[in-house]
Design a protein around this ligand. Sequence first.
Ligand SMILES: NC(=O)C1=CN([C@@H]2O[C@H](COP(=O)(O)OP(=O)(O)OC[C@H]3O[C@@H](n4cnc5c(N)ncnc54)[C@H](OP(=O)(O)O)[C@@H]3O)[C@@H](O)[C@H]2O)C=CC1
Ligand SMILES: CC(=O)N[C@@H](CCC(=O)OP(=O)(O)O)C(=O)O
Length: 376
Amino acid sequence: MPRLAAKDTLPRVEYQVRQNTLKTTTARLRKVELRNILMTRIAILGATGYTALELLKILARHPHVEVTALTTRQDTKPHVSEIHPSLAGQFDLVCENLSPEEVGSRADIVFCALPHTASMEAVPQLLDAGCKVVDLSADYRLSDPGVYEKWYGHVHTDPTRLSNTVYGLPEIYGDRIPGASLVANPGCYTSTSILGLAPLLAAGLIEPTGIIIDGKSGVSGAGRTPKLGTLYAECNESVTAYGIGTHRHTPEIEQVLADVGGAAVQVAFNPHLIPMDRGILCSMYPKLKEPKSVEELLDVMRKFYANQPFVRVVDNIPATKHVAHTNFCDISVRLNQGQLVVFSATDNLIKGASGVAVQNMNLLLGLDQRMGMLPC
Ligand SMILES: NC(=O)C1=CN([C@@H]2O[C@H](COP(=O)(O)OP(=O)(O)OC[C@H]3O[C@@H](n4cnc5c(N)ncnc54)[C@H](OP(=O)(O)O)[C@@H]3O)[C@@H](O)[C@H]2O)C=CC1
Ligand SMILES: CC(=O)N[C@@H](CCC(=O)OP(=O)(O)O)C(=O)O
């Protein structure tokens, strides 16, 4: 700590100036010490992927966390800015082939941005090491291991944890997230669909079955790992549906909406790949139980999301451009020949993945869920 010469060895004014400087320096030092104590150590598994890049962009401006470990299966320890050139100058970190135990010794909270099945191998070990985990994969989202096996075609290797893992959609389960050790971050189409339909189901205004969801996603939704269907010449200047009747987000949407509405939900989910980098638009067709006006429906939605900073109930028809690079989900409704149409738009990499993951991390840390994400 800095020291001051004795009062009687200095002229009065000089003494006061030095005393003020000392007070300011001491206060600054205390602030730095406090900051070091309060900084939560963060690791990201699967750091070379798209969702990891978006996590790093958000965490770079978060005042209470420090990224301390990044993983890859590569053994060459590439610098993070070599992997993600847009992060140049932001982090002095390399991506390393670390075991979950090694990650556990370096981090308090871990974002698991691995593909499904890889995640369920790492998560139990991270939890055993005392870390809190936000899992971006689908491995812990479904509460029934039998449903997971049916839709994912894999036996779940950590089935007992499924029924008590919290589903990380803060607008629905915000009160359960703060005390959790594992949070299952939602899928991108699922968040987008659920946020549009939940207020109407909760208010009992729409039938819980026969809901058609027409989803459209940009190509980054498929991740950075190369795949035939996302090669430029395969998807550019072309729009196609895929996974009709088999897409694994179907049971996820039904599970959460059944919880919200208190009755079994059945959706026909039809995803489409759109030749754009990012963004999801869901146009959804539920049946109204009784006629309602657009204004009445918007009013119900606005009340449902009254205290939610990242859902905007808008008068215009939502567009992916309006939410690109933000953590907002824009929702609205229209009536067409008596048929209700609910629109919902997100950025699949932010509100659909990394933005909501940081919302969840903030809730785990007892922070305002907007921390690090405004202005967005
Ligand atoms: N993209 C999106 O819009 C969304 C993605 N998600 C989910 O988030 C997770 C991450 O997605 P995203 O970042 O897009 O994926 P990416 O394919 O971009 O990145 C995943 C990273 O995980 C590593 N990896 C791949 N396979 C394995 C494996 N078998 N074992 C261990 N590591 C592996 C790779 O890194 P390396 O080769 O360096 O080891 C890869 O870079 C996925 O579960 C995805 O389903 C959820 C919502 C939206
Ligand atoms: C365009 C595209 O391919 N999108 C992905 C969904 C991305 C996502 O949310 O994936 P998880 O549920 O696996 O986390 C898909 O349809 O499989």
